[in-house]
Design a protein around this ligand. Structure first.
Ligand SMILES: Nc1ncnc2c1ncn2[C@@H]1O[C@H](COP(=O)(O)OP(=O)(O)OP(=O)(O)O)[C@@H](O)[C@H]1O
Ligand SMILES: [Mg+2]
Length: 261
């Protein structure tokens, strides 16, 4: 099976990441092809605060000035990416960290000038991923894209994970975050929705901040060719495996309710 796992930027402290790295190692040892993508929201904010640089979000996306971009790239590609690679290696997996600039992997253009250096994906050159996987490594992707002139662009990690999952026709895309799934206006987790229902839910008042790019990511990914998208909170060993088998936790987003056997 092909499984793309987006790890929240909120759970990337090395001590926190080791247990999930161990589960990823188990999936790899069972023969699944796993691609890891990570965010870095909290750490970027902490570093910007330390440096006294102001930051704000519009519809869940960070407004990225030139100054912010330097910090984004430093934290994502330097600190967070290498820490995840180290945790995976500690768990027994050979991992290789790449950003969208390596091998010209993620080509992007400016999404909206008002957001500054935030990228919209134009093209994924997946050859580098295929080569890394073929060589028996787990790719760990930092969500930084490159424009045609080699400039960096900050891209939401859910968006990157969704394009990768769709392009490689992943069986499962996991968007692992700090909430147990999509929470509705009654405070309950929505368990299953279809591609068709995303549109309606995305317009609801209870979808704000970081959940906006997640729903868009689920939609993109299913349209490009992923089977299932899961928005879950990682709560311990077996969280991913059990979700693949039972789909009982968090929110599962599937193309339709029709099941073709
Ligand atoms: N309806 C909703 N259900 C659940 N969470 C929601 C909802 N609407 C908004 N959110 C917010 O979305 C957040 C998750 O997105 P966020 O971007 O903050 O985290 P992440 O994607 O896991 O981390 P990172 O962006 O660093 O990778 C939750 O913490 C919650 O505050
Ligand atoms: Mg996010």
């Amino acid at each position: 099976m092909k499984i793309v796992i987006k790890v929240s930027g909120k759970m990337t402290k090395r001590a926190n990441f080791l247990p999930i790295a161990e589960e990823i190692a188990e999936l790899v040892h069972y023969g699944h092809q796993v691609i890891v993508v990570h965010g870095g929201g909290n750490e970027i904010t902490q570093m910007l605060d330390k440096l006294g640089v102001e930051t704000k979000f519009v519809n869940g996306l960070r407004v990225t000035t030139e100054e912010v971009l330097k910090v984004v790239e430093m934290v994502l590609c330097g600190t967070v990416n290498k820490r995840l690679v180290a945790s995976l290696q500690e768990a027994g997996v050979s991992a290789i960290g790449i950003s969208g600039k390596d091998g010209n992997f993620i080509e992007a253009d400016i999404l909206n000038p008002e957001l500054g250096f935030v990228g919209k994906i134009r093209r994924l050159n997946t050859a580098i991923l295929e080569n890394i996987l073929k060589a028996g490594y787990v790719p760990v992707v930092a969500p930084v894209g490159t424009d045609p002139f080699g400039n960096s662009l900050n891209i939401n990690a859910d968006t990157v994970a969704s394009h990768i999952a769709g392009t490689v026709n992943a069986d499962h895309l996991f968007l692992i975050t700090d909430v147990p799934g999509i929470i509705d206006d009654k405070g309950e987790v929505i368990d299953t929705i279809t591609l068709h229902e995303i549109e309606k839910i995305a317009k609801s008042d209870f979808i704000t901040g970081g959940m906006i790019p997640k729903l868009e990511a689920a939609r993109t990914s299913l349209l490009l060719g992923t089977e299932f998208v899961h928005i879950i909170n990682w709560t311990g060993a077996g969280s991913i495996k059990n979700q693949i088998i039972h789909m009982e936790k968090g929110t599962t987003i599937r193309r339709s309710y029709t099941w073709v056997m």
